[in-house]
Design a protein around this ligand. Structure first.
Ligand code: NOJ
Length: 501
């Protein structure tokens, strides 16, 4: 029987696989029974994508815009974090990032050149509402209006993420996401955007990866505001789930054309061994990390996968909240980066930060697989995970339309002697993932778009500028952009609607 190896390691924080913990290597384990089996992806490279399929890229305001205090923008928690010593690799911050605030027209030219038809960007809450509530910063709102118009003019669908982690610092000072009032403030902010941009934007994702910014911001403190307190995390989780429900309604009330989903980061979770304990741990991890927010929205309920009874009291759950949580999403956004190996923790779950409620994540040991080829961040590439995930999501949601909101990989390649960026490994990465996606679509899964992460090399959170995810190489000193070979290849795929180009 083939032996399977795993590694359990600390991943410098990025957007994906954020949860694996520091430790030494796992030994080999038994093959995970839940893994999908099928013919190799490459057999599907000739497959066509549907006529109406939307090829796109994704970015986030804090990672690309820069202009951190231009034209009346307020401070965000990530601005504060980046200006605090020791938080970001290389002492970097996102004050300038890719300067997209001033260069969005150039970036749209790149999208046009790559034949793209969808751009997933996020709005910076403090750019529009400098203190999170109250007075609107007209210049900030106007920026997103101009961006939207320019995209439409280029034949590109504007896909708006309302919150991609850059909370106004002023709202953190009012308690941040653990403060239930933020659900209402967020719904007002979402309605403001829908009112001003909803005549032109029809696709709205209130949140990007709610599972990550709640746990990383409040549960383990690796992201701003840097709190490691289980009670804060549980309250933040519930506020964000309520905010999704309230925003769903406020967006629709402000714009009759709006469709609402959200973008969930999902990592297929397999048991590290075939023991009952590890199998149960993998199931619980999946329902806690991958689908908790989605299920809360679809059903109005939380899954029974916490370390102990569902901690309603610690969350601040009130009667009637079920009805707020529940709303019929129009579509679902899925990000996929890698798979995880889950083992049951050997020690009883413990609270963090002095409360009584155990940290639900402390039920698990989380590791990476160590089998396939790796990217330059050490993440194993496993393209089959994409077809596996969308198939699971489709079953869970009754075949709701799926938007692939992110998939991408880290490769350091820069310009060679000829001036071009020959990033062959990124081409192979996308080709294999897209072949897997084509397989799922052929089998009946309703996937309507694919957004590569990312259009540009950009600011990768705590990793600063050390991890390049872009289809376009960026010189962060001069802001020169150079489309990589992978970008040119992706452009051909978008034009031909197939991957064997
Ligand atoms: C997901 C996050 O949404 C994005 O912000 C991040 O840069 C990527 N993953 C890569 O880690």
């Amino acid at each position: 029987m083939e032996r399977r190896s795993f590694i359990k390691r600390s991943l410098a924080v990025g957007g994906a696989a954020l949860l694996a913990r520091p430790a030494s290597a796992f030994g080999a384990g038994e093959p995970a029974a839940q893994e999908p089996t099928h013919t190799p992806a490459l057999a599907f490279t000739g497959a066509r994508f549907p006529e109406s399929f939307l090829w796109g890229t994704a970015t986030a305001a804090h990672q690309v815009e820069g202009a951190w205090k231009d034209d009346g923008k307020g401070e965000s928690i990530w601005d504060r974090w980046g200006h605090s010593p020791g938080r970001i690799a290389g002492g970097a911050n996102a004050d300038t990032a890719c300067d997209q605030y001033h260069r969005f027209k150039d970036d749209i030219e790149i999208m046009k050149r790559l034949n793209l038809k969808s751009y997933r960007f996020s709005v910076s809450w403090p750019r529009v509402l400098p203190t999170g509530t109250g007075a609107v910063n007209a210049k900030g709102l106007d920026y997103y209006s101009r961006l939207t118009d320019a995209l439409l003019e280029a034949g590109i669908r504007p896909f708006c993420t309302i919150y991609h982690w850059d909370l106004p610092q002023a709202l953190e000072e009012k308690g941040g996401w653990p403060n239930r009032d933020l659900a209402g403030h967020f719904a007002d902010y979402a309605a403001l955007l829908a009112k001003h941009l909803g005549d032109r934007i029809t696709v709205w994702a209130p949140f990007n990866m709610p599972e990550t910014f709640t746990y990383y911001g409040y549960g383990n403190g690796r992201f701003p505001p840097g709190r490691a307190n289980t009670d804060d995390y549980l309250r933040a989780l519930h506020t964000v789930a309520l905010a999704q429900g309230l925003a769903y309604r406020s967006i629709k009330a402000a714009s009759s054309k709006a469709t609402v989903g959200s973008a969930y980061g999902m990592e297929p979770a397999f048991p590290r061994t075939q023991s009952d304990a590890d199998r149960e741990a993998a199931r619980r991890f999946h329902e806690l990390h991958n689908t908790l927010f989605l299920n809360a929205t679809l059903t109005g309920r939380y899954p029974d996968v916490f370390a102990g009874p569902i901690p309603y009291e610690a969350m601040g759950f009130r009667s009637g909240d079920e009805a707020v949580l529940k709303c019929p999403l129009d579509w679902v956004g899925v990000h996929y980066y890698l798979r995880l190996a889950i083992a049951a923790a050997t020690e009883p779950p413990k609270p963090r930060g002095g409360g009584q409620t155990p940290d639900p994540m402390s039920q698990f040991h989380i590791g990476l697989f160590n089998e396939g080829p790796k990217n330059d961040a050490g993440w194993e590439m496993w393209p089959q995970g994409l077809s596996y995930l969308v198939t699971q999501v489709s079953k869970l949601t009754g075949n709701l339309p799926i938007e692939i909101t992110e998939t991408g990989s880290v490769f350091a390649d820069g310009p060679g002697a000829d001036g071009a960026v020959h990033d062959k490994r990124r081409i192979a990465f996308y080709r294999d993932h897209l072949a897997e996606l084509a397989r799922a679509i052929q089998a009946g899964v309703n996937v309507r778009s694919y957004h590569a992460w990312s259009l540009l090399d950009n600011f990768e959170w705590n990793d600063g500028y050390t991890r390049r995810f872009g289809l376009t190489w960026v010189d962060f000193a001069s802001q020169e952009r150079k489309i990589k070979d992978s970008g040119l290849w992706y452009g051909r795929v978008a034009a031909a609607n197939r991957v064997d180009v």
